[in-house]
Design a binder for this molecule. Structure first.
Ligand code: VGL
Ligand code: ZN
Length: 207
């Protein structure tokens, strides 16, 4: 494991994944200790000139919600046209308090918010592609246009949106560091270990 963050502040960006009320204790899809990332990220942000936030942003009848599949429970899986999809409790509904960023999150260097998961029929864990792995969010073009080739990822959840984003970023040629101290996991059926292995395999630096 490497111990340092990327050196060049002009070429690096902090990518803060889904630090939203619904992913924190008391929220609809609470990640254990999810709120604890806020302080770490606030401190970390002082070392960056550039940051991008992602925001899970679903319509009320989103097809990743178990409630839209009668007879199916949250945290089970279903086949969707683009592959297996885990079903979740209703969360991060557009314009709801649950979809807001954690009130203490302070990333003054944030210059862009990428909303994802806004199409009813497809989920989007990654900040770069929807879950079909081909529909882009536009983030890669933004980062390339601005010359930001080195990414540091933090946020929620380690084993879903953080891991998918990190792996896609590597696939797109970015250098990627995930700061595990600034992330927390859902950990469904070993998903955390699987995600850590997959990130290492993809060439993501875990520190
Ligand atoms: C996430 C499940 C559903 C995440 C988002 O941010 O990791 N997980 N939607
Ligand atoms: Zn979601």
């Amino acid at each position: 494991m490497r111990e340092e963050l990327p050196e060049d502040p002009r070429r690096s960006a902090l990518l803060v994944i889904d630090v939203q009320n619904d992913f924190c204790p008391g929220g609809a899809l609470a990640v254990p200790e999810g709120n604890e990332v806020v302080e770490v990220i606030n401190r970390l942000a002082g070392r960056f000139e550039h940051a991008v936030l992602t925001q899970d942003w679903h319509p009320p009848d989103h097809r990743s919600f178990a409630s839209t599949h009668p007879g199916h429970s949250p945290y089970t899986s279903i086949a969707m046209p683009y592959g297996a999809q885990t079903l979740w409790p209703d969360h991060c509904v557009q314009h709801s308090v649950g979809a807001d960023f954690h009130p203490s999150l302070e990333v003054r260097c944030a210059q862009l918010v990428i909303r994802k998961g806004f199409r009813r029929t497809i989920d989007s864990y990654s900040a770069f592609f929807e879950n079909d792995r081909i529909t882009p969010t536009g983030l890669a073009g933004y980062l390339r246009d601005r010359g930001l080739g080195q990414l540091v990822l933090a946020g929620l959840a380690t084993d879903y949106c953080v891991a998918y984003s990190a792996i896609d970023a590597r696939r797109l040629g970015f250098s990627v560091t995930v700061l595990l101290e600034a992330c927390r996991a859902i950990n469904l059926d070993g998903s955390l270990q699987h995600a850590l292995d997959a990130m290492r395999e993809a060439g993501v630096e875990l520190i």
